[in-house]
Design a protein around this ligand. Structure first.
Ligand code: LM2
Ligand code: CA
Length: 468
């Protein structure tokens, strides 16, 4: 969120009002920040898009893995590291530097997807920076002794996902698993991450974090500046390495909300997502980065993806309307098979371009189209709604067969039709004062009379009202 003059003035008044109280001096709440995963956008394209992102109130961009990786036409080659040189399908080191600077000038920070649990699978050849490699042999970076020789399973692969030992010491997807318990391996990982910090990055997505022992993550973190942020990929389901266990290191991705949003909009059942912190996988609001989908869930059917654009947009609006977690938007390309990505003949990602608004592009699902989900019209207005209602809790949740609604303090109201059926003359009783409200999404005025909001809600339509 970037402060407008008006917001700054309000914030100042707030600070003055609080003077004398022992409130902490923290300016921004964790929940007030909004990020976007620009999946496989190359560095040049991200740099160009950062002006739009900054204006939209987006605080940070998660870029895909920037280190040297195996060559190939599949999108996932970036998750098979060959060295820590910044030369990848996304661009060169100097393009990376330009992106960090250009985005920084727009108030947009950079998070890097850090692949530090493993190197490559079963291939040999030359990486994207020219390094010759084979599995377990990566020039003078790592050799066989730097990798786990997992004894728990015959083929060294993770077989029992409830066994922490297997999940952390055996191979994920046949990928050479680093001995992150060794000082020399840790030093090389730290060197890589520090080099990115030196280039100005704010934080990291820790890829496959639950496959790295907590003690190893702690040791790595201890050698890096304390200001660095971590968002850890801890997919629930392994006792002893659940999201809750990694909170001491930093933040974690909230898969659970993504799954709940998928169930609300695909099963068309209106309910308020359960974000209580009573389970090992629903983590506290101020340490959870929430999302509608990421690059894995959009391909594995666990989350809503662009092929259901109306549901995707409504789920994004609902995520932004809730007071739980720090939202990460998702923006990427259309594909027609799991492996496919829009690349040139040298394996470089093609430039990403957006139309003025998302409308045309979002409707066009031809493989290779950059969908620019972050440009959906309701995204900007919902970020503004989120800013307006910052710190005001969700109250008075109500559900009918088709509509979920709730209030945000005494100024905000959100409702969404979770079904694909148009609803007309919807009436919802609220605790809000009568008067005129602005629907941030449509830009239209809605009047609350006798506490009742009366409106039509077409399929998957949301309204986000703020008192005028
Ligand atoms: C992740 N998070 O913890 C990423 O979000 C996920 O996208 C990564 O898998 C995974 N961890 C490892 O970094 C992706 C992709 C896989 C792909 C791997 C490695 O989802 O499909 O696996 O990257 O590039 C591919 C093949 C797989 C093969 C593997 C090794 O799909 O069949 O396994 O390469 O050759 C035998
Ligand atoms: Ca591991």
């Amino acid at each position: 969120m970037r402060f407008t003059l008006k917001q700054l003035t309000l914030a100042l008044i707030g600070v003055l009002a609080l003077a004398g109280c022992s409130s902490d001096a923290d300016s921004d709440r964790f929940e007030d920040q909004v990020g976007v995963q620009m999946f496989l956008w190359n560095f040049n394209s991200i740099a160009q898009e950062c002006e739009y992102l900054g204006d939209a109130g987006i605080d940070w961009v998660l870029v895909s893995p920037p280190q040297e990786h195996i060559q190939g036409e599949q999108w996932w080659v970036g998750y098979q590291a060959v060295s820590y040189q910044l030369e990848s399908q996304l661009g060169t080191k100097s393009e990376f530097e330009t992106m960090v600077k250009t985005c920084g000038d727009q108030g947009v920070e950079i998070y890097v997807d850090a692949v530090i649990n493993h190197m490559t699978g079963n291939s040999e050849g030359v990486g994207t920076a020219g390094t010759e490699y084979a599995k377990y042999e990566y020039g003078d970076l790592y050799t066989r002794a730097d990798f786990h020789a997992c004894t728990q399973t015959l083929d060294s692969q993770i077989a029992d996902w409830t066994s922490v030992a297997q999940v952390q010491e055996c191979e994920l997807l046949n990928l050479a698993d680093l001995r992150t318990e060794d000082e020399s391996v840790r030093a090389k990982i730290v060197g890589y991450l520090q080099s990115l910090v030196d280039l100005g990055v704010t934080g990291f997505r820790i890829d496959a974090a639950k496959h790295i022992a907590l003690a190893d993550m702690e040791a790595i973190k201890a050698k890096l500046p304390a200001t660095i942020k971590y968002i850890q990929e801890v997919v629930p389901g392994t006792p002893g390495a659940e999201p809750l266990d990694y909170l001491g290191i930093g933040d974690i991705f909230g898969f659970d909300l993504a799954y709940q949003l998928a169930s609300i909009f695909t099963q068309q059942v209106a309910y308020l997502p359960d974000t209580s912190t009573e389970s090992p996988w629903v983590t506290p609001s101020n340490q959870t980065v929430v999302m509608v989908s990421n690059h894995d869930t959009e391909r594995n059917g666990q989350a809503i993806n662009y092929s259901q654009p109306a549901q995707f947009e409504a789920a994004t609006a609902l995520m932004l309307a809730l007071d739980y977690g720090q939202p990460m938007l998702y923006s990427s390309f259309a594909f027609d098979s799991y492996d496919w990505a829009p690349k040139d003949e040298n394996g470089r990602m093609l430039d990403a371009k957006c139309a003025q608004s998302s409308a045309i592009y979002f409707a066009n699902h031809e493989a290779g189209t950059w969908l620019c989900q972050h440009r959906m019209n309701s995204v900007n207005s919902m970020i503004a709604f989120r800013d307006e209602t910052s710190g005001k809790p969700v109250t008075n949740p109500q559900t009918s067969d088709s509509v979920l609604s709730f209030e945000r303090g005494d100024i905000g109201f959100f409702a969404v039709n979770v079904t694909t059926v148009d609803q007309s003359g919807v009436e919802i009783s609220t605790g809000l004062a009568d008067g005129k409200y602005l629907d941030f999404i449509s830009g239209k005025e809605i009047e609350i009379l006798g506490g009742v909001v009366k409106t039509d809600l077409v399929a998957n339509q949301a309204i986000a009202l703020i008192r005028r």
